[in-house]
Design a protein around this ligand. Structure first.
Ligand code: ATP
Length: 235
């Protein structure tokens, strides 16, 4: 696919595959096009003035690049946006409820989703009546992930989940991503923290100024000189 924001070409002929049940990572520096890629899949590009200029996106055999964002959620794809974007003045419980709005699931399915989110993140149950804005950065990231899980997605799009978090909290989020994947949800993970992403993913793509510069099994990329030098800070 290719994506532009007006005259700005943000992605050029990017081709990417998330095999069912896997974690796939997208690495790259600032402005490489990582968020743009997730927005193209979740169809939230137009909110940012962007559009797919060529290519197509398929999910479970269905073409999804013509759908409205809420239909993408209903099709089984949820996004955790960069910067978490929790509804700060709403309670934690209402943030989670908002995540279920796009879901076509039954009442029982939504109750199940809430139980699963509370199991993954007990703090969200403990602090359900508090305003989301009062949570710590790490807890807000948990809430953002929990909110996305309320729609019971089969593919979770994660935009920089470790951004701005202390190492211990980033490691906890990483553990949770592993658990979510183990429960059967595929994950497309965008990260500047390449070390963390390559530990979680089975495959990875490196974006450089809107193009795929490298791709392959995560362990091979983690061992490549270029990735080690440019993204893992190893000299
Ligand atoms: P970061 O980690 O800094 O968010 P990124 O890899 O996610 O970087 P994108 O945010 O996808 O990169 O940006 C890719 C390119 O598209 C950049 O050149 C950026 O300036 C441009 N871009 C992103 N959003 C917009 C927008 N709403 N309007 C115009 N250009 C944009």
């Amino acid at each position: 696919m290719s994506v532009g924001y007006g005259p700005v070409r943000a992605l050029r002929r990017v081709s990417l595959d998330v095999p069912d049940g896997t974690v796939v990572a997208v690495l790259g520096g600032n402005g490489a096009g990582k968020s743009t890629l997730l927005r193209a899949v979740s169809r939230t590009l137009s909110f940012q003035g962007g559009a797919l200029t060529s290519g197509d996106i398929h999910f479970e055999g269905t073409r999804v690049d013509g759908l409205a964002p809420d239909r993408v959620v209903a099709a089984g794809i949820s996004q955790v946006p960069e910067g978490r974007r929790v509804f700060a003045r709403m309670t934690v419980a209402d943030n989670l409820r908002a995540g279920a709005l796009g879901s076509t699931g039954t009442r029982a399915a939504k109750a199940d989703a809430l139980r699963r989110v509370h199991e993954l993140f007990p703090v969200l149950a403990e602090r359900g009546t508090q305003r989301a804005g009062l949570l710590s950065g790490g807890e807000q990231q948990m809430l953002a992930v929990g909110r996305a899980l309320m729609a019971s997605p089969r593919l979770l799009l994660l935009d920089e989940p470790s951004l701005g978090l202390a190492p211990l909290m980033a490691a906890r989020i990483a553990d949770t991503i592993r658990e979510i994947n183990a429960q059967g949800t595929s994950v497309l993970l965008v990260e500047q923290n390449a070390a963390l992403a390559l530990r979680l993913a089975s495959r990875a793509y490196v974006l450089d100024v809107g193009e795929v510069a490298l791709s392959g099994p995560a362990d091979e990329l983690a061992a490549s000189d270029e990735v080690r030098r440019r993204y893992l800070g190893v000299v």
